[in-house]
Design a protein around this ligand. Structure first.
Ligand SMILES: [Zn+2]
Length: 335
């Protein structure tokens, strides 16, 4: 970022003027897992998270929980100060042990969206199962048929494995739930890896007792559905059943679960207006996506089942830009 832009972003006066002109908004960030030692996926480092939260606090941003954001937006509340909202997806144990404590230390009002069968330790995310198979494959290369065409993947280095995993997960997203079960068996067999039925070490879930403990310390927990299947991979009846079941599990295990739902994957391809209606019918008050834009209050008010979120960035200067009026103005451009 140029020093001039950085200075402009940090000018509170300019921020007030532009916020007043653009209307109330919040930057809602999505975090996934902390950075793993083997660097098999990016992850967020604790140092970066801390630096970003420090920046936000020193710059006068207000942290709000996702439910508070929905409440303010739908009640027509005004806001002169821009807001930040921090959310985490999936419900891995290391999110609780490594990221949530930092977020709570900064009073950042985090919400963790959990997959209820994963919290029950009955199942683990399909994308993690595929990642596990590719990571544990001992062969130097892998010949896979993804869709119509056979492809050869080298597995000699970390970046090769990451490339292979991405291609496998990308293809899996095009499959229905029954096709995905077959595909996981196919990948396991091609990799000659036994995929355990419960999450192994390195993929352990945040279980209900752990979630209750952190709920007492200020964490809010919401639903990322019963399974991690894309809603588009399931029949509508099953979507409705999973949405209701997952809410029942959250409400029976926790004191005050969030009433906001988090769409698995959450890009424009992964859910439709039909799914938004199903989420509403299941009793949720809102839905968060990964449509990468600033969440303007008026958009949330118009449709609380399609709230935009921005992936947590890799640097503090990106964080500063995404949190600022620069991103708010950019989000006004047509998609
Ligand atoms: Zn997820």
């Amino acid at each position: 970022m140029s020093p001039l832009l950085r200075k402009a972003i940090e000018s509170r006066r300019l921020r007030r003027c532009l916020t007043a002109a653009a209307g109330p908004y919040a930057a809602v960030f999505t975090l996934h897992r902390p950075r793993p030692e083997d660097r098999m996926f990016n992850g967020v480092s604790e140092a970066l998270l801390r630096e970003c939260l420090e920046y936000a606090r020193n710059s006068g941003y207000e942290f709000v929980s996702i439910d508070e954001l929905v409440r303010r937006a739908t009640s027509g509340a005004d806001a002169s100060n821009p807001m930040l909202c921090l959310t985490l997806d999936d419900g891995y144990a290391d999110q609780l042990t490594r990221l949530v404590p930092i977020l709570l230390e900064y009073d950042a009002k985090p919400t963790l969206f959990v997959i209820s069968d994963f919290a029950d330790d009955q199942d683990w995310p399909w994308d993690a199962q595929l990642a596990y198979a590719v990571k544990c494959c001992e062969a130097p290369s892998l010949r896979l048929t993804l869709g119509q065409r056979p492809r050869e993947f080298g597995l000699s280095g970390r970046s090769d494995r990451i490339f292979c995993r991405r291609a496998v997960v990308h293809h899996a997203k095009t499959l229905s739930a029954p096709q995905l079960s077959d595909f996981i068996r196919y990948i396991a067999s091609a990799c000659e890896v036994d995929i355990p039925s419960r999450a192994p070490e390195g993929y352990r879930p945040a279980t209900w007792p752990m979630l209750r403990e952190w709920e007492k310390k200020g964490l809010t927990v919401g639903s990322h559905n019963r399974s991690h299947h894309l809603l588009t991979a399931l029949e509508p009846e099953r979507v409705g059943a999973e949405l209701r079941y997952s809410w029942e599990r959250l409400s029976s295990e926790l004191t005050a679960p969030s009433k906001t739902f988090c769409y698995p994957s959450g890009t424009a391809r992964d859910f439709s207006t039909t799914h938004e209606s199903l989420v509403r019918s299941a009793g949720y008050q809102a839905g968060v996506t990964t449509l990468s834009r600033i969440a303007y209050f008026r958009d949330v008010r118009r449709n609380p089942y399609r709230i935009s979120r921005i992936g947590f960035p890799d640097t503090v200067s990106q964080f500063a830009r995404y949190a600022s009026w620069v991103e708010a103005l950019r989000s006004k451009l047509p998609l």
